[in-house]
Write a protein that binds this ligand. Structure first.
Ligand code: T1G
Length: 699
């Protein structure tokens, strides 16, 4: 099926119907061309309307077909658009809700376009690391002008239909419908009104020029270069649009095609397409059906008004959900509320938040010193000191006070959620909600599923996470869940590299060239080296004999906690954040090597990157084997949204697939032979070893 054909009097209506967003998959493309043929052959049909069923006109090419023969099987999208242009009867695109990518390109091939207000119009291909590949870079500038079109193509952002319709001289929309409800009727009437109009207007025949010519495109190229460090697509978008102004339409189309194919094959595009699907897959829990009943979250309580508690509260205030924050002392409450206010006022000053919205959000915030005030909240999130004794007190109290059916969540970053659930008589209502600091900014939310956490609780918190615009990833219960368990191995390797001969700045620079915004040592100085120090001390009690470099402990013993103490792995000048290599730290490292009897060796950047990144990969493979994460893409999303893994690499697990698991295992065998490293750790996880041996990938 995937497109219906119906005749309304003398107007044929072709309705694309390929849920969920009318992706232009092979079957849909073929059905559209069949509809056009049918309409052309029917003498009683004077005009044709193309529209989409459900929640979109069309979300574009069917990205699930990418990389399969179906994606280019004839009629491919170019052929469908040519068939529309060559149709001997007027074809009117009736656009509602979403017209994106190939969907908009199809509409641009139509002779006329009518849109409902509020429709999201975009060419978002650049977000997938490609560019519009069915004439969008050639036709959109012809109907909106070069600058508006180029901005839309390079940003990939959606613009509302009525905004574009208001643009002087625009030729994108011939009409605006009264509403989405009246769109089809308006489109049929409009089609009837142009049924006899000849010649049929073609966007490809419109002129396309920029008054400043090449100078404008050079300016655009310079702008884009700064914005897209590691991604080739934006610059090629500029090239494609420039080609639209330089020659015949077909020549520009050929240039677009050439650039599209180049990008389609790029690792960066594979990474971004992987992220597109991985991000959507994280909310799917294999044993929790999508129709699992959810509990209403109409009000939230937060225990603790510190950095985390305040940030967590802001997420819900931003979503219009009332929050009551509880603290033990009034001054802690006052401090917490003052911090929330400061954050909002900062956003208002930057123009990111309207002041009436700020007041509205603060109006949703209540504070209390009395647990009794929390009893009616639907969800309570504990964000107190990371110590099991304190958690016990809080959860025993919550168990007494909270109404039946309330969800009790802990923001713990490593403690055992099952143990916490055991402090209550309602383990089925207990879940971990691990926010990342700053909690009102970081997108990642690790949802830690206890052994007894109810399926309805999981369904509720995953849907709630969407409402507060978080990327929620389900983690099982283990020390460090997904992200912190992996970052510990990353940190261990960073320490070993220092012992063996590298400097903090060499390690940081190498991994920053790989694409991380910050290497491990600059990151430690930013977050505070004492955080890891406390965890290592606790670990030493739980897992004595764990191998790691003592340099990080020695640094803390020197009181060098990082920027907050004016010195860490690097030196800092007062009030500045520039990381200055420290002679004192280098001496500490040299002395440490002498103590260990290590003769420092020259370590290549490649080895640095491989040991840091493959440490993540091996631990990630163990996490998959242990069932802590449901899929490799989930692990990628954790690292991309919570730990600054570079987007253009697609995440540690996808990067390993790109390198080839065979090569990853080969490298690990080399690391196992390094006497200064942890040979046991570099034993490839069984899953990794098996996939590598079978020539398979994680994703
Ligand atoms: N193809 C196939 N499936 C798609 C899809 C697409 N284009 N877009 C979305 N989906 C699926 C998505 O995976 C999810 O599936 C479901 O629809 C709901 O998505 C030649 C080559 C359209 C604004 O980049 O921006 O055209 O998880 O959760 O929030 O130039 O999806 O439910 O199984 O995002 O309402 C260009 C990408 C393609 C648009 C809807 N088009 N999609 O948002 O729902 S390349 C895009 C979106 C192209 C041509 C080139 C959004 C949306 P599931 P959702 P939503």
């Amino acid at each position: 099926m995937s497109a219906e054909y119906e005749v309304h009097g003398d107007v044929a209506v072709i309705t694309m119907n390929n849920p969920p967003v009318n992706g232009l998959g092979y079957a849909t493309r073929a059905a559209i061309t069949r509809g056009l043929d049918q309409a052309s052959a029917d003498a009683s049909v004077k005009a044709i309307v193309v529209t989409g069923a459900g929640k979109a006109f069309s979300g574009g090419a069917d990205i699930t077909e990418f990389g399969t023969p179906k994606a280019t099987a004839e009629p491919n999208l170019h052929s469908v658009i040519r068939a529309v242009e060559n149709c001997d009867k007027p074809v009117v695109a009736a656009i509602h809700s979403v017209a994106m990518g190939g969907g908009l390109e199809l509409a641009l091939g139509c002779h006329y376009r009518i849109a409902a207000p509020g429709a999201k119009i975009a060419l978002p291909e650049v977000k997938l690391g490609i560019l519009p590949g069915a004439g969008g870079t050639q036709r959109l500038p012809r109907v909106l002008g070069v600058e508006t079109a180029l901005n839309m193509i390079v940003s990939g952002e959606a613009v509302n239909s009525e905004l574009l319709a208001q643009q002087p001289g625009q030729k994108l929309f011939d009409r605006m419908a009264g509403s989405a409800e009246s769109l089809l009727e308006d489109a049929i009437a409009f089609a009837r009104s142009v049924a006899a109009a000849r010649p049929l207007p073609l966007v490809r025949n419109l002129p396309c020029k920029h008054p400043l010519g090449d100078a404008y495109f050079q300016f655009a190229r310079n702008m884009v270069k700064g914005m897209a460090k590691n991604l080739p697509a934006p610059a090629k978008c500029v090239d494609a649009v420039q080609a639209a102004t330089q020659g015949r339409f077909e020549e520009g189309l050929a240039k677009e095609r050439e650039l599209f194919v180049q990008l389609m094959l790029s690792p960066e595009s594979r990474a971004l397409r992987h992220i597109f699907f991985a991000e959507r897959a994280t909310s799917k829990i294999p044993d929790v059906p999508p129709d699992t009943p959810q509990r209403d979250i109409r009000s939230v309580a937060v225990i603790g008004a510190g950095t985390m508690g305040g940030g967590i509260a802001m997420n819900f205030l931003n979503a219009g959900i009332p929050v009551t924050i509880l603290e033990m002392k009034q001054e802690a409450l006052d401090r917490g509320v003052a911090t929330i206010r400061k954050n909002y006022e900062g956003q208002v000053k930057k123009g990111k938040l309207k002041s009436d919205k700020y007041e509205q959000r603060m109006g949703l915030l209540k504070t209390t010193l009395d647990y009794q005030d929390l009893k009616d909240a639907d969800l309570v999130i504990e964000a107190v000191f990371e110590e099991m004794g304190v958690k016990r007190q809080v959860f025993e109290k919550l168990d007494q006070v909270m109404k039946p059916g309330a969800i009790l969540a802990s923001n713990t970053s490593t403690l055992d959620v099952n143990e916490i659930a055991g402090f209550t008589r309602r383990a089925q209502d207990v879940v971990g909600l691990h926010f990342f600091s700053p909690a009102n900014v970081m997108k990642l939310l690790e949802v830690v599923r206890g052994a007894k956490t109810g399926k309805d609780v999981m369904a509720t918190v995953m849907s709630m996470a969407k409402k507060i615009k978080k990327t929620a990833v389900v983690s099982g219960v283990c020390d460090g869940f997904i992200g912190n368990r992996m970052v510990e191995q990353y940190g261990r390797q960073a320490g070993f590299l220092l012992d063996e001969g590298a400097t903090p700045q060499q390690v940081d620079k190498a991994i920053e060239r790989f694409g991380f915004a910050m290497g491990p040592f600059r990151m430690g100085d930013l977050a505070g080296n004492d955080i890891g120090w406390a965890i290592r001390k606790r670990r030493a009690l739980e897992r004595p004999g764990m191998l790691y470099s003592r340099t990080a402990d020695k640094l803390c013993e020197m009181g060098r906690f990082g920027q907050k103490t004016g010195a860490g792995w690097y030196d800092y000048q007062a009030g500045k954040r520039d990381a200055i290599p420290s002679a004192q730290v280098e001496k500490m490292i040299e002395d440490h090597r002498k103590e260990l009897g290590i003769t420092p060796r020259k370590i290549s950047d490649e080895e640095i990157v491989q040991r840091l990144v493959f440490a993540l990969v091996n631990e990630g493979a163990h996490i998959l084997e242990d069932g802590i994460a449901a899929r490799a893409g989930d692990i990628d999303m954790v690292y991309l949204t919570g730990y600054g893994f570079p987007l253009h690499r697609g995440g540690p697990m996808l990067y390993a697939d790109e390198v080839g698991l065979f090569n990853v295992v080969q490298a690990m065998k080399r690391f196992q032979r390094n006497p200064r490293d942890d040979a046991k750790f570099w034993e490839p996880a069984p899953l990794l070893a098996r996939l590598a041996a079978e020539g398979k990938t994680f994703n």
